[in-house]
Design a protein around this ligand. Structure first.
Ligand SMILES: C[S@@+](CC[C@H](N)C(=O)[O-])C[C@H]1O[C@@H](n2cnc3c(N)ncnc32)[C@H](O)[C@@H]1O
Length: 174
């Protein structure tokens, strides 16, 4: 398993490694907190997550733990609250996964610079750089079409995200 270190500022820390096939074990590793941080943009967008340093394509930037919300509870309760904007659709289990930590703070862009994979068995979502990301760039994901915070008369985007049709917040799936 390859692990790179950075001690340029006198502090030894583990840096994220690229996921290039032979390092499958690294997929389970927590990403370094030194690569991303939360910043406030404005009242409309709220907070977002920004790269603190250049990230190579495929870098694992976040592993978000989630809470599973069963379908009935989701439909009767959660979908009627602000948490609706922080859940991901559960294809296998049904219902939704409420994303915790930084995973809940990635804003939408089209195109995004992160891909993500939902692991419903482990209730985790892993976020990867889908291209090289420069220091200071906002880290974003693709929510899908019909965004509730956009002007409905504005330009339409495709119903499906670029690669994986599961990559949408549940609000957009219902
Ligand atoms: C999953 S949260 C992202 C974190 C959120 N910015 C916050 O501070 O809690 C989704 C919410 O962020 C805002 N948002 C995300 N992407 C946006 C965008 N491209 N433009 C405007 N608002 C956006 C919307 O208010 C949306 O309901």
């Amino acid at each position: 398993m390859s692990v790179t270190t950075d001690s340029s500022d006198g502090v030894l820390r583990v840096l994220p490694v690229r996921l290039d096939g032979q390092d499958a074990a690294d997929e389970e590793r927590e990403p370094s907190v030194s690569v991303r941080d939360v910043q406030y943009t404005d009242e409309e967008v709220g907070r977002g997550v920004f790269a603190l340093k250049r990230l190579a394509k495929s870098t694992l930037v976040e592993v978000a733990h989630c809470i599973w919300v069963p379908k009935a509870e989701y439909e009767d309760k959660v979908s009627k609250t602000v948490f609706e904007h922080y859940v991901f659709n559960c294809k296998k289990r049904g219902g939704a996964m409420l994303c915790l930590g930084l995973g809940s703070l990635f804003n939408h862009s089209d195109p995004p610079n992160l891909d993500y994979r939902i692991d419903e068995d482990k209730l985790l979502i892993r976020f990867y750089a889908s291209r090289t990301i420069e220091a200071g760039e906002e880290l974003t994901i693709f929510y899908g079409a019909n965004l509730w915070f956009e002007d409905p008369s504005g330009p339409r985007r495709p119903e499906s995200p670029p690669e994986d049709e599961d990559n949408v917040f549940s609000k957009l799936m219902l």
